[in-house]
Design a protein around this ligand. Structure first.
Ligand SMILES: Cc1ncc(COP(=O)(O)O)c(C=O)c1O
Length: 440
């Protein structure tokens, strides 16, 4: 504990943190200048830091807290479960109830397996696809984020210096030392570009296990995929016997049965996470029963022995079930309507201030871009150093105005929010746009 006069509690905590944690944090998203925000407590959509400042939380732990913080129902079910035990090497009824509930939201989730994070869900989903098809290769969109599995990290954040030709994006490793064999097994396709994507898929059809896609990829600009692109991928994968694996770790909050419901597309596999844990760590793979049977030791299809010490732990699945049950169709629609109101307000502020900015999003999330038109793919969404500096100015302004946004300029609403918070958010963004418009 620092006793220096004039050093804030947060600055003192950060100083200590840097001695034990690389960069002083456990996730880079927590970094903030001059020091991370340290939480004292949070409830609903408000978060109070250790300096005693309260802000409206529009990040909601990277879109995972659909009911905000310290929701009374989550507290109740988790407290009850804590008394009954937290993790067992035997099965629980609540994992069955949670799976039944998720399947009732989306009949395409014929079978589900719970894991501990979105990263694990996408990783296990890829392995399920490989096990089912007996093929090694996967396809993913340039710039898409699907968590920390080596194969899915390929071309997660390339730049103009290394991303190569648009016809055939280069396979760029995220981390130094990634084996070349990993790159050999990942086909990188340009998002929303039907002709180029299909041409690339055709070249590798015989080796592909699955095409992984996010219907509204955050890092590609949080712009919903064009329906023709989704339809083309569904048609191509069905025709070529390749699995379509949709990552709904973020987007499941967008519609009652996930964003796929809006597209009318049924993938072979879906990855879930974030929101379905009610604030606790979770992930799940859901999909066709015959495909999921590679995980079933009682099936002749069984080829993938999979385990996980904390998988389907009763704390996460109890909280998740309570969170999902409360996120009824009516609540999904109310939150989406609130987001539409916010988006209309932000659009109006962009017009009023004349700032070169645009907006993307769907469901209960949106993202502000300091670009004149909304990006359609990763290369258009890519922000250079100057754009990053301007975005930081906007985020700092919002922080000072009492709002925490996701550091990409994105907002994820939560059910405790009302028109009051949303209108205040829009007004604060408007003042931020005014300031930015003057700096040009
Ligand atoms: C689309 C998507 N997939 C997968 C993941 C990985 O989830 P987790 O952070 O729970 O490992 C994320 C996390 O942000 C995500 O946004």
């Amino acid at each position: 504990m620092s006793t220096q006069v004039g050093v804030s509690r947060s600055a003192a905590l950060y100083e200590r943190a840097q001695r034990v944690l690389p960069g002083g944090v456990s996730r880079n998203a927590a970094l903030h200048d001059p020091h991370p925000l340290y939480v004292a407590n949070a409830a609903g959509c408000r978060l109070t830091d250790v300096e005693g400042v309260t802000r409206i939380d529009c990040a909601n732990n990277m879109a995972s807290l659909v009911h905000g913080h310290a929701d009374p129902d989550m507290i109740r079910v988790v407290t009850e479960q804590l008394r009954r035990g937290t993790a067992f090497s035997v099965a629980t009824e609540v994992e069955i109830r949670c799976a039944e509930h998720l399947r009732s939201r989306n009949p395409g989730f014929e079978k589900l397996r719970f894991v501990n994070s979105g990263t694990e869900a996408t990783m296990v989903g890829v392995k399920v696809a490989r096990a089912f098809t007996g093929r090694p290769m996967i396809a993913k969109a340039e710039g898409a984020y699907h968590g920390g599995y080596d194969y899915l990290e390929v071309s997660q954040q390339p730049g103009p210096a290394n991303w190569g030709e648009a016809d055939e994006p280069r396979r760029v490793p995220l981390v130094r030392g990634v084996p070349a064999s990993v790159l050999d097994e990942v086909l990188v396709v340009p998002f929303n570009d039907v002709a180029r994507t299909i041409a690339l898929l055709d070249k590798h059809a015989d080796r592909l296990a699955c095409v992984v896609m996010d219907l509204m990829p955050h890092r590609i600009g949080l712009n919903p995929a064009e329906p023709a692109y989704v339809a083309a991928l569904r048609e191509w994968t069905t025709r070529r016997g390749v699995l379509l694996f949709i990552d709904e770790v973020i987007t499941f909050r967008s519609e009652y049965g996930g964003l796929q419901e809006k597209y009318g597309v049924t993938p072979d596999l879906t990855a879930l996470g974030k929101m379905i844990g009610g604030g606790f760590p979770i992930g799940a793979i859901a999909g066709r029963a015959d495909v999921m049977d590679v995980l079933n030791p009682r099936s002749p299809r069984y080829t993938f022995p999979h385990s996980g010490t904390f998988s389907a732990n009763p704390v996460s699945v109890s909280a998740g079930l309570a969170a999902m049950e409360k996120f009824t169709k009516a609540e999904v629609e109310r939150l989406n309507a609130l987001a539409r109101r916010a988006m209309a307000g932000v659009e109006a502020e962009i017009r009023r201030t004349g700032l070169a900015a645009s907006l993307t999003g769907a469901g209960s999330m949106f993202r502000v871009h300091l670009k004149a038109s909304p990006p359609r793919n990763y290369r258009e969404a890519y922000t250079n150093r100057e754009e990053n500096a301007r975005l930081k100015m906007l985020l700092d302004h919002m922080f000072d105005e009492g709002f925490i946004l996701i550091n990409s300029g994105s907002v994820a609403l939560s059910t405790p929010m009302t028109e009051t918070e949303v209108d205040a958010l829009v007004a604060a963004l408007g003042r931020g746009f005014e300031r930015l418009a003057k700096t040009r």
